[in-house]
Design a protein around this ligand. Sequence first.
Ligand SMILES: NC(=O)c1ccc[n+]([C@@H]2O[C@H](COP(=O)([O-])OP(=O)(O)OC[C@H]3O[C@@H](n4cnc5c(N)ncnc54)[C@H](O)[C@@H]3O)[C@@H](O)[C@H]2O)c1
Length: 259
Amino acid sequence: MKARFTDKVMVITGAAQGIGKRVAELAAAEGARLVLVDIADYVQGVAAELRDQGADAVAVLANLETWAGAEAVMAEAQKQFGRIDILVNNVGGTIWAQPFEHYTPEQIEKEIQRSLFTTLWSCRAVLPYMLKQNGGVIVNVSSVATRGLMRVPYGAAKGGVNAMTVNMAYEYASHNIRVNAAAPGGTEAPPRLTPRNAKEQSEQEKAWYQSLIDQTTEHSFMHRYGTLDEQAEPILFLASDASSYMTGTILPVAGGDLG
Ligand SMILES: NC(=O)c1ccc[n+]([C@@H]2O[C@H](COP(=O)([O-])OP(=O)(O)OC[C@H]3O[C@@H](n4cnc5c(N)ncnc54)[C@H](O)[C@@H]3O)[C@@H](O)[C@H]2O)c1
């Protein structure tokens, strides 16, 4: 198979587990030089594993809900590898699943911090480097939950991610910077080392979460969840030169659910 990322420097956020980790593994196999970012320190184990397999990979710990975190990550990537070709903004995920009237103001703010600000800060922080090198590729990981149940704040955050994807694509096309988003549907993954929400669910909360799962599978033409590979591959397609004439596109990856 052709190595699409030979010597490309790729920053992947939220790379300690789930979709981000799988993107890192597949990109490493195709020659990418990786900066793996996470708030969880076991991202260092992911980077070490990839180095053992011959990849060039470093781990950076940061809280991407802050501007300072995002700025430090991009500065470190530049310091380590001298450029940033690709940024995959993968951190996100709904923390609560409940009818909107049950969300507290604090929960709403937390959802927006987790699923919008992480991407907003990282995009802003990478731009000076991509502008200076006159090119780059950004892939934001959105969600088809922009049309869903039990997660209004998360849907709002991902709607924001979609809007910034299109606006940035428009604004920076003349600088040779492409910006696209993949919008996953429900995805099967091994049990999370870092749960989205560590608190034990009440019977009511379990029922609300089940209605989210039911809505997700009903809205997919295939009536099933996707796999980590089925999410990672479209992200890598958008990150690669194979999508060189695509920018400002939100690509739904949800078995026919368009979000
Ligand atoms: N899994 C799904 O079913 C699904 C469906 C649709 C969209 N998505 C989207 O795909 C992306 C990845 O989902 P996932 O299920 O693999 O996620 P996950 O929750 O399994 O992993 C997210 C990673 O991000 C890290 N992280 C969280 N907050 C952080 C912060 N402030 N700074 C740095 N790192 C932080 C976590 O430690 C974790 O390693 C998310 O954007 C999510 O919204 C996922």
